[in-house]
Design a protein around this ligand. Structure first.
Ligand code: FES
Length: 56
């Protein structure tokens, strides 16, 4: 499922960058571009990041 339509970032992509070492939403944003345009996806993307980091 796409989380960020502006940058074409999926929930899968967010989990992938967390698996590869990202530990905060700031890092996910830097690595994917997620939430760098309109920002509407930020809340959902933060939630997915938090869940993924907790699972690591
Ligand atoms: Fe993510 Fe617009 S949907 S920046």
């Amino acid at each position: 499922m796409y989380v960020c339509l502006c940058k074409g970032v999926s929930d899968h992509k967010i989990r992938e960058v967390v698996q590869q070492g990202a530990r905060s939403f700031r890092e996910v944003r830097e690595q994917t571009g997620c939430a760098t345009q309109c920002g509407k996806c930020a809340c959902m993307a933060k939630t997915i990041t938090r869940e993924a980091v907790t699972r690591e």
